[in-house]
Design a protein around this ligand. Structure first.
Ligand code: EPU
Length: 412
């Protein structure tokens, strides 16, 4: 990539990865097909489809951007290590497999580049619903003769944990109440999908979710909501280059605190039905402090991108990571490009510099790789980003979309 271009143009926002993955897993809950539209073409989506095929699902993905998944006859109840190690979200099959078939074996995900990421809350919740769960040979092995509703108090509002519990509870006997549930828009989107399949879930999007078990679920057809993290990443690119970026999308785009942070950085942002437009008018962004938190707080998945923005902004900023304990792998790489960032435990202090310089850098995880692309957009000379496969897990056609905005970017 070569930096220095002012971005100007339009981007069509893809369907949300973190809504697509749980909804694909939800297809396990019915013997009838679940058809999903606005399905993004991402490595993680393909990994989830491979996993569903291993379980016995028939996937009909004829049209680009949509797939129909049907699991009539299970062939396996096991999510193997080879898939789980490339995508932690494979854990999302645990709840639906246990809910519909009474058995699931999912390889333990282990650590990853953003922290230890335990799954104790998923396991404890399933145990309180009557499942027997053991760790054996690197696998979580769960069995039940019929789950029963329970009251589950989550110590932290875990996103995939909340989704797993909802999917386990929809076919359970009686009511399940999740307290301190994750409130992310993707949790609500999954609940809407499950309700369209015949589930009885209320309160999704709030801290208390109630699920009344039903006998069986049917097929359904759903559109996946737009990806708020992809959208936010392109808006930050517009702000960093002093440019103008217009986003187009179908459905509701929940940007929350990200919009406020962009306005604090000095961007003019307009929004209306199906579009958001950011105009920086050639200005250099101002530093913005951010502290990540579960929704409706500032998303951890946008932290790396705002670290990159602050690296070239006027002033000093503190960026605090409250959700994952080790999500600052991008900092060392941004420093290689000339950023002035001082790590202070769970915070970093960033002194904005006027210019970054291109250099070879290494992507370590999905959002870290996005922050390196953003930094490369404003770095003098050429930046070569290694291990871009991390990016393909969560950004659809990223080089086409950036080229369309006028960036000099090429896959080598
Ligand atoms: N946690 C536990 N025990 C558990 C589960 C979670 O201690 O059993 C802790 C985690 O270690 C973390 C906190 O709870 O400190 C919150 O993690 P959460 O479980 O909410 O994260 P997740 O469900 O594994 C999802 C997204 C992530 C996103 C986080 C936070 C999906 C598929 N993944 O992960 O997305 O960062 O929520 O919003 O929805 C990404 O897209 O780049 C990504 C990493």
């Amino acid at each position: 990539m070569s930096g220095g271009r002012t971005l100007d143009g339009e981007v069509v926002v893809s369907g949300a990865k973190n809504a697509a993955l749980p909804m694909l897993a939800a297809s396990i809950l019915s013997a009838e097909p679940l058809r999903l539209g606005n399905l993004p073409d991402l490595r993680d989506v393909h990994t989830m489809l491979s996993l569903l095929r291993i379980l016995g699902a028939v996937v009909d993905g004829a049209a680009p951007g949509s797939a129909s998944v049907r699991l009539a006859e299970p062939k396996s109840f096991s999510a193997p290590y080879d898939l789980v190690r490339t995508m932690r979200a494979s854990i999302l099959v645990l709840g639906p497999l246990l809910g519909r078939f009474g058995r699931a074996d999912v390889s333990l995900p282990g650590g990853c580049a953003i922290g230890a990421r335990p799954i104790d809350m998923h396991v404890n919740a399933l145990r309180s619903m009557g499942a027997e769960v053991e760790m054996r040979g690197g696998y979580i092995s769960a069995r039940s003769n019929g789950l029963r509703g329970a009251r589950i108090d989550l110590p932290l509002p875990t996103v995939t944990g909340t989704e797993n519990i909802m999917m386990a509870a929809v076919l359970a006997d009686g009511d399940t109440v999740i307290e301190n549930a994750a409130r992310e828009p993707e949790v609500r989107d999954l609940a809407d999908c499950l309700n369209a399949m015949g589930a009885r879930i209320s309160g999704a999007g709030e801290s208390r979710i109630r699920i009344s078990g039903v006998g069986q679920l049917r097929g359904a057809e759903r559109e996946i909501l737009p990806d708020r993290i992809e959208a936010g990443t392109y808006l930050v690119a517009g702000a960093m280059t002093g440019g103008r970026v217009a986003l187009r999308f179908r459905g509701e785009l929940a940007l929350g605190e990200v919009l406020a942070a962009l306005r604090n950085a000095g961007a003019d942002v307009r929004r209306g039905e199906g579009f958001v437009e950011l105009d920086m008018g050639g200005r250099r962004p101002r530093s913005v402090n951010v502290a990540t938190a579960p929704w409706p707080g500032f998303p951890t998945d946008m932290q790396a991108q705002f670290t990159a923005l602050n690296a070239i902004a006027s002033g000093h900023a503190l960026v605090r990571e409250n959700v994952f304990e080790q999500r600052f792998m991008h900092v060392a790489e941004l420093r290689r490009l000339g950023a002035d960032i001082e790590p202070l435990g769970r915070e970093v202090l960033i002194r904005g510099v006027r210019r970054l310089q291109g250099a070879p850098v290494m992507a370590t995880d999905l959002r870290a790789s996005a922050s390196l692309v953003l930094a490369a957009l404003v770095a003098e000379g050429e930046t070569v980003i290694h291990r871009v496969y991390h990016m393909d897990r969560g950004y659809e056609r990223i080089e086409d979309k950036f080229s369309g905005l006028g960036a000099e970017i090429r896959r080598v």
